[in-house]
Structure formats: structure tokens, C-alpha cells
Design a protein around this ligand. Sequence first.
Ligand code: CMC
Length: 431
Amino acid sequence: MSQKTLTVTDNASGKTVDFPIRSGTHGPDVVDIKSLYSQFGYFTYDPGFTSTASCRSDITFIDGDEGILLYRGYPIDQLAEKSSFLEVSYLLLYGELPTADQLSEFTSSITRHNMVNESLKNFFNGFHYDAHPMAMLTAVVGSLSAFYHESIDVNDPASREICAHRIIAKMPTISAAAFKHMIGEPFIYPQNTLSYTGNFLNMLFSRPNEDYEVNPIAEKALDQLLILHADHEQNASTSTVRLAGSTGTNPFAAIASGCAALWGPAHGGANEAVLNMLEEIGDVSNVPKFIDKAKDKEDPFRLMGFGHRVYKNYDPRATIIRKTCHEVLNELGMSNDPQLELAMRLEEIALQDEYFVERKLYPNVDFYSGIIYRALGIPTEFFTVLFALGRTPGWIAQWMEMSADPEQRIGRPRQIYTGAATRDYVSIDKR
Ligand code: CMC
């Protein structure tokens, strides 16, 4: 069968070139335009990468029109219902679901690496008590590179694998330390008898002076939330990790750059922004006013937790999380939570509004996650840290894949230069 191609004709010169078309397992075919510049002397212009595949990847597939999300081929709803966050982490890293032995070995490796060097804890002392936890997380994750640098060979698969285990293992410890610093309580060491998520909750909520028992409802809900956030193909933070990683930088520095990209309210910061928005709206009676604000192009206000670059249908993660949200609030005896009621009313009104219908703006994963986090006793400004914790296996799996891909080159986009034309320097006395 002949190779599919796309023919491009330059109307200025009449030159015609056939560009090869590459197909993936699912999703639209891709025109391989690597040779466009050498053939025509043109770059492409695609701000926000709305039509550009920056890499090939075997990890995650999203069909935004159909609302489908697959990790290594497995539908997200099946994983959210049947799997665990560590099993999903294994799947993302290695491409297959683990056998019982493989999972047990992986779990013990992650558990073995969950401590951080004692001196890493000193970094937190440099932060004021009201430092945003994402600022602390970004800085402290980046500083892991100071502890693991000489020993890392990014060209060695075994070395990359150890990095992956280390970051997945240490992320809860660092995240919980940021939380404890924020609330002024002593850091809690990891507890290896607990599950990954149970240990994290223990590090967040236990205190040295009293007994603490992990609430199984909270443990299950949080584990599911971590699964839902574990990967999302080439989103802004993952692309940032890949771009930073493409230079051969220290992987912990690359993951820190992912944390920084995630923090923004258009990305992982949206869960925090949703709760702030619900607080601002205050009461169901104010919903129409805020819907109008969201539709007003002169007003910068957007309905946080609505809309997605890729999903032009219900975000499949939101469907799962919506259900979990109701279950968790019921089980915790908080089903009459006024913020849940407000969120549901907002969703109902927005979903009927022509503006949102026309633009296919549906609730995304962050619309409900914040309500669950709040019910678990987690303060709003900490929400994005939980997103980062969940996204870590995705970031590091994508970094590992990129590092092993012989087609991958340093990420280096082009531009349309629109500044001043060439001109001569003018000495200061003549300006
Ligand atoms: N409220 C009001 N209008 C919106 C919203 C919103 N939340 N989102 C998009 N629009 C409008 C936008 O004004 C534009 O209208 P028009 O065509 O008339 O100019 C149209 O919908 C398309 O929006 P866009 O900004 O071109 O879409 P995008 O793909 O560039 O942005 C987005 C996607 C997620 C950044 C955006 O929908 C948004 O800002 N949403 C709120 C923030 C949010 O919830 N982010 C979390 C994303 S999910 C978590 C994650 O995976 O990171």
C-alpha cells in the first residue's frame, strides 16, 4: 500500500511537495512537516500548539470529542474503579499492568525510597509560614537535583528507572512537608506499614502527640483522584517536563519545571480557583450574575473548572469525580454541603446556557475535585499540590519515554519575528 501523503503547493513559486502522513493507533493522522523549512523555507505558526504533535507517545490517548481517556489503552473509568494509584503508576512507566509479583516488587521499591535526605528538610525553613505550597513544592522538588546529580546518567535506562521510583516515592513526603510547614506543625516521617495514599494522609494529618487512624473513605477517594490525574498526554506541564528534559537536564529539575507550569489557574491551579470562585459567588441566588460575568468579553472572569483545550465533550474524569464527590460527602455526612449545592446549581445553569453549549464548555476534572479535597480537610491553597502528586508518574513516564526515543531532539520552537528591522546602535548622547 502506498504511503499516504499531503501535497502542499506554494502559490508564490508553484513548487509542490508531498509530505508523509503518519498514523497512530487512535486519533487523527499527522502530517510530518519536518522537512517543510528545507523544502520551502517556511516555518509553521501554531500558537498554543492547537494542531501540532510535538512527539510520538505510547502512554496516554485522549479523544476530546468523544470524551475518551486511555492510559496505555485502558479506559480511565475501569482504572479508577478497579486499580490503585501505584498500579497505575507502574502501568504508565512500564506499559503493562503488573503481575502480583511485579506490583509487590514495585511497591516495595517505592516504599524503600520514600524518605528524603534530612538536610532537604532544611529548605522548608527558608520559607515564610504563608508561602504558597506550590512555591515550596516547586523549589524543593527542584532541589532534589542537588542530592541526585552526579549519580544520574540520563542516557542509562536503569538510572532513569531509579529516578522514576525516587520521584514517585518522595513526592508525598515533600508534599506533606510543605503542608506541615504551612500549618506550623512538625514534619511526620513516612510510615511503611501504610499504603502509598494512606501514608500520605498520615503524613498530612497525624501529629506526634496523638493517635491518628487513616480514614478508609478518604484513602480510597484520594487514591482515585490521584489515578484520575496521573497522566493527560501532552498537556502544558507535561510538555514543559519534556521540553526541559530534552536538553538533558537533571530529571528532578525537569519535574520541578512541570510543577511550575501546573500551578497556573488555566491548568492545575484551577481546582484552587474553583473553590475561590464558589466562595466569591457565595449563594445560589448569585449564580446568574456570575454566569453573565463569565460570558462578558470585557470581564476577565471565567467560570473556573469549565472548558478544556482537548475535551469538547464531558471530561470523562469529571464524570467519575462527580459521582465520587457525592459518595464521599454522603459517607462523611456532608451531603448538605452548601458549596456542593452551589456547584451543582452552577453546573446545571451553565450546561443549559447557549454560550456554554455553543462553545462546548463542560465541567472539567477540577470542578469537583476541590469539593472532595475540602471535605477531606485539605485547605484550598494545597489543592494543586495534590494534582502535582497525582501527575508525577505521568510526568516521569513521559520523560523516560522521551529520553529513550531516538527521534527526540532538543525542543526548540521557531517564531515569527515581529520586532524592529535591523538598525544601527545609537550612542546614548544621540537618543
Ligand atoms: N468560562 C467562560 N468562557 C470560557 C471558558 C470559561 N471557563 N473557557 C473557555 N471559554 C470561552 C472563551 O472565552 C472562548 O470564547 P470565544 O470563542 O467567544 O472567544 C471559547 O470559550 C474558547 O476558549 P479558549 O480560551 O480559546 O479555549 P482554550 O482551549 O484556549 O482554553 C481552558 C482552555 C481550559 C484554558 C479554558 O477553558 C479555561 O480557562 N477554563 C477555566 C480554567 C480551568 O478550569 N482549567 C482547568 C483545565 S482541566 C485541568 C487540567 O487538565 O489542567
